[in-house]
Design a protein around this ligand. Structure first.
Ligand code: ATP
Ligand code: MG
Length: 679
């Protein structure tokens, strides 16, 4: 493995540009990366044309890139890729593999792992999946759904959720998936934001052994006046392993409310259609989906992604970053309600003809060995999850991991938050037995796919760093105060210079907000909202959200760094650090700390933690308050909501802002009750 020498960000200096006429199947060496990276920056048209050639088009685009990144120009922010290309996403994920080789019809496309481990799991082949998708697409058509219509999908993490996405893509309908954990109010908000006319749901879902009523939440949502555009609700029956399900689920099915003329059982509708359904020929810039962000920093935004560029980007990132080999079993633990589920459970893997696991459950049910047992059960080679899951699992005895085999693993990945080096090392050494590289992938709902990420075995990894940019991605850090670009090494606000095919095109129905949020802060650049340190070797270290920086007595301190230091202490499972106003120091440092199993709170431990932070970061960093908190407020995708913690410690508890995306609102009340700042 060659070690990168990227002094002064010079990846592209003195590099021989890639001169072959197609992209390699895999990136093998650092020189290969550099030469392709240089090409992707100096001649994006040629690079992305070769990437687009990995897909099947009805009409191959003659125009590749046509983008404007400066809002001050007459054209304004306008992003078009492959604009005269004609393509269908579903066709590229299913039909084309079978057309190329009829045997692929028998290859497993999806492995369904149900919430309750003793329930039967299911394998579904590419041939079966295609047939089911075509039939369900015909059900949608029968109900009048056509190209451009918005379809809200509110489903548990089951095969039918993937079928619903692919069926929409097949007929050109725009899906808007809403995570099944959201309340009826949050669903209603998202339905009305995109004026949906149809909802696809399930009678119930099962998570952590509990029955989750989905259809009845839709019933409540549709009572709200803003949802009166919805004319049809299609309801799948959750049928897996019914033998084990508790009576309340079965009861729930019997007592479902039913609005005749509006509600239809999917299984009955599927009886009425055939399996002939030609894919809709879509323009590359036709919308593919709308997806609301997870809401860590404020009211969720309806991110709009389009067809050709998105698929080209997720296809290539999946292939290179997971270095996927035909026949390998891949699992991403994300729910399809998040971008990670869209790009790296459904579209990226299927476009690469991979076998991908659809997991209905949670990492801690029935116990904290769940992930590792699934890896053994399905002989998973590539496993991709979130730091929040890793931190919660490492709080328990290692024997929950070590009693499993995990020899099938080749590669591990993470996404969602900065991963602190301690958690990274545990994941690497305990889960991966020190033999699997970890790809720490930095990206966002808005970016569509990986942006900064290792490519395994091509350069060396550093625990906690997302390392280097993917092809076509040029990072630039800025000084928050002077708004000037910074030379590396330094740390600042992370922006991206110039467009890449996977990026969002707009916020649904609100292009102005799109421009304001992402393009006004640094003219000519996409602003990520995250802070980043770029070291001398060019490695990127995401320091968290830019508003998560504390200024204490003139020192800028990234909260992620302090959290990472706290988690290095053996007693700590998780930490969240925020500032509060302090008349002398400008800000005080407030640390919420969750302790591991069976660790007792004490003042002695408080002192030790303060010492740990000072030892790790420096004597200028001194936590003022350590608050032992058994639970932290998190979004439903598992991210800590620091903006709510800030409000608690300010204290300004009557202006908590949008709390609809919180996983468990009672956590907030408990913190308010126990915080020294609110007493
Ligand atoms: P909202 O935009 O509504 O506040 P959100 O930003 O949490 O919600 P996502 O698009 O799901 O919604 O998350 C993207 C963010 O997650 C990034 O901006 C970054 O802060 C964080 N993130 C994702 N991957 C990584 C990573 N590998 N390292 C560090 N941070 C990451
Ligand atoms: Mg965001």
């Amino acid at each position: 493995m060659s070690s990168p020498t990227l002094i002064d960000n010079s990846i592209t200096n003195n590099t021989i540009i890639w001169d072959k006429s197609s992209l390699p199947d895999k990136i093998q060496t650092f020189d290969e990366y550099k030469s392709l990276y240089t090409l992707s920056i100096e001649d994006p048209n040629r690079f992305w044309k070769m990437a687009a050639e990995r897909l099947n088009w009805y009409h191959f685009p003659t125009k590749i890139k046509n983008t404007e990144f400066d809002y001050r120009t007459e054209r304004g922010i306008d992003i078009k890729w492959f604009e005269d290309g004609i393509i269908n996403v579903c066709y590229n994920c299913l039909d084309r593999h079978i057309e190329k080789d009829p045997n692929i019809a028998n290859q497993i496309a999806l492995i369904f792992e149900p919430d309750i481990p003793t329930d039967t799991h299911h394998h579904i082949t590419y041939g079966e999946l295609l047939c089911k998708v075509k039939k369900f697409a015909n059900v949608l058509k029968k109900h009048g759904i056509k190209k451009g219509d918005r379809v809200t999908i509110y489903m548990p993490m089951v095969i039918e959720a993937c079928i619903a996405l692919l069926a929409c893509a097949r007929i050109g309908a725009i899906h808007s998936v809403v995570f099944g954990g959201f309340s009826s109010h949050s669903v209603a908000e998202r339905i009305s934001d995109c004026n949906g006319t149809i909802v696809i749901t399930s009678d119930f879902g099962v998570r952590g052994g509990k029955c989750i009523p989905l259809k009845s939440k839709i019933d409540q949502a549709l009572l709200m006046p803003e949802c009166n555009t919805v004319k049809t609700v299609i309801v799948f029956q959750r049928y897996y392993g019914m033998e084990n399900l508790k009576d309340d689920c079965v009861e729930r099915r019997k007592t479902l409310e039913w609005v005749n003329g509006r509600d239809f059982w999917a299984h009955e509708e599927l009886e009425t259609v055939n399996d002939i359904c030609e894919p809709e020929q879509m323009n590359a810039e036709d919308p593919l989906f709308i997806l609301y962000t997870s809401g860590s920093t404020g009211k969720p935004k309806g991110i709009l992604h389009t067809t050709g560029g998105y698929l080209t980007y997720v296809n290539l990132t999946f292939k290179y970053v997971f270095a996927y080999n035909p026949g390998e079993i891949y699992m991403c633990s994300a729910d399809v309600g998040w971008i990670t589920g869209h790009s790296y459970v459904v579209y990226g893997p299927l476009a690469n003809q991979a076998t991908t696991v659809v997991f209905e459950g949670i990492p801690t049910y029935p116990d904290v060995s769940r992930f590792w047992n699934i890896i053994d059960k399905h002989q998973i080679n590539i496993f991709y999850t979130a730091p929040t899951a890793i931190r919660s699992l490492m709080a328990h005895n290692d024997s929950y991991v070590t009693k499993t085999n995990r020899q099938s693993l080749r590669l591990l990945g993470t996404v969602g938050e900065p991963i602190n080096p301690e958690a990274w090392r545990w994941y690497c050494n305990v889960v991966g037995n020190g033999r699997c590289p970890i790809v720490d992938t930095w990206w966002q709902t808005e970016t569509g796919g990986f942006m900064i990420t290792p490519i395994p075995n091509v350069w060396e990894l550093e625990a906690g760093s997302a390392t280097l940019p993917f092809f076509g991605i040029q990072t630039q850090i800025f000084d928050e105060k002077t708004r000037k670009p910074l030379e590396i090494p330094d740390r600042g606000e992370l922006c991206i210079r110039d467009s890449w095919p996977g990026q969002a095109r707009s916020l649904y129905g609100n292009h102005k907000r799109f421009v304001d949020v992402y393009f006004k802060p640094y003219p000519g650049y996409y602003f990520s909202g995250d802070g980043c340190e770029i070291k001398k070797n060019g490695y990127h270290w995401i320091t968290g959200r830019v508003d998560d920086v504390l200024v204490i007595s003139g020192h800028n301190i990234g909260t992620a760094e302090v959290e990472s230091a706290l988690v290095q202490h053996v007693a700590v499972s998780e930490a969240a650090v925020v500032g509060y106003p302090d008349p002398i120091k400008n800000q005080g440092m407030y640390c919420f700390v969750t302790l591991k199993d069976n660790v007792l709170e004490s003042d002695e431990l408080r002192k030790e933690l303060i010492k740990t932070v000072r030892d790790v970061i420096g004597a200028h960093v001194h936590p003022d308050i350590i608050h032992f908190a058994p639970n932290l407020p998190k979004t439903r995708s598992g991210k800590i909501m620091r903006r709510i913690l800030r409000k608690i410690v300010e204290p300004d508890i009557h202006n908590l802002g949008d709390t609809s995306t919180l996983n468990d609102p009672t956590v907030v009340d408990e913190l308010i009750r126990t915080s020294p700042r609110t007493k």
